[in-house]
Design a protein around this ligand. Structure first.
Ligand code: FE2
Ligand code: FE2
Length: 271
């Protein structure tokens, strides 16, 4: 079925279109200039997203939710949880190895809690990119969210390690995965291979950019404005963005759906 679109009006009076069912919100009392407020576009939370979180960890998600509002990380985390089982089973078959699903799930739930400690300007700087590859301005806040996230996660995991049934080595691995989720090669450069759980976290995290809500949010949040340009950038960056073939294949399927929406956009608005 052909994608339908609705109007989207920006705080600085720019206008564009977004798929009818994709809800996007602009900040209501931001201190950023109106021309920069697109960096803070968010996707409103809906209870349907909570159903993607494994039943066993619903209590834990509620516990960390106060750290997951900034930068739409609440929707991002919950939404990508639907891919955990599929990615882990493909990955363990491809690499013929066991994956610690508890480590992957907890690392994934916690990996972006550090955004809660950053200012609006730092979050804006983290999004001034044209595709998936990071530039110099984005690197600082990206690094900071990983460091802050590791610090908070360490405290939370120590407090709840009995209920989560975690060993110290599992906690270490979760913290390493959080710290290096944007630079997994750093884990490898410490003399070892990238642990499979870290690879799983990276490729689970990166599925988000290819989800419908996230794609359309990012076209406007990153200030690209032209869906075709952003689609082309995603396609160009896809291979290097993922660390496993399982992750790449999953993203390619979603990218094909985005390409169809962009074709519908172009046929309706670029005559
Ligand atoms: Fe992150
Ligand atoms: Fe993330």
């Amino acid at each position: 079925m052909k994608q339908t679109f609705r109007n989207l009006s920006f705080p600085n009076n720019l206008k564009s279109y977004v798929p009818t069912e994709v809800e996007l919100e602009f900040p209501t009392n931001s201190s950023l200039p109106k021309d920069d407020q697109h960096f803070l576009i968010s996707i409103p939370w809906k209870d349907k997203y909570a159903s993607f979180i494994p039943k066993k960890y619903q209590w834990f998600f509620k516990l960390i939710l106060p750290y997951l509002r900034a930068r739409t990380t609440d929707v991002h985390i919950a939404f990508c949880c639907q891919y955990i089982d599929q990615l882990i089973s493909t990955l363990s078959a491809d690499e013929d190895t066991k994956v610690n699903a508890k480590v992957v799930t907890l690392a994934f739930l916690l990996h972006d809690i550090g955004w809660s400690q950053l200012t609006e300007s730092e979050i804006a700087a983290s999004l001034g990119v044209s595709g998936l590859a990071l530039n110099k301005t984005a690197l600082g806040p990206k690094e900071k969210h990983a460091i802050e996230g590791t610090r908070i996660a360490s405290k939370i995991l120590q407090e709840h390690k009995a209920k989560l049934d975690l060993s110290e080595s599992e906690i270490d691995l979760i913290l390493k995965a959080i710290r290096y989720h944007d630079q997994p090669e750093q884990v490898a450069s410490q003399g070892n291979q990238i642990p499979i759980e870290v690879k799983a976290l990276v490729d689970l995290d990166h599925q988000w950019s290819f989800a419908k809500e996230a794609f359309w949010q990012d076209v406007y949040r990153k200030g690209i404005m032209d869906p075709q340009t952003y689609l082309d950038n995603l396609e160009k960056d896809l291979n290097s963005y993922f660390v496993t073939e399982a992750g790449r294949n999953m993203a390619r399927l979603h990218l094909a759906d985005r390409a169809q929406e962009v074709a519908d956009f172009n046929s309706q608005f670029l005559k």
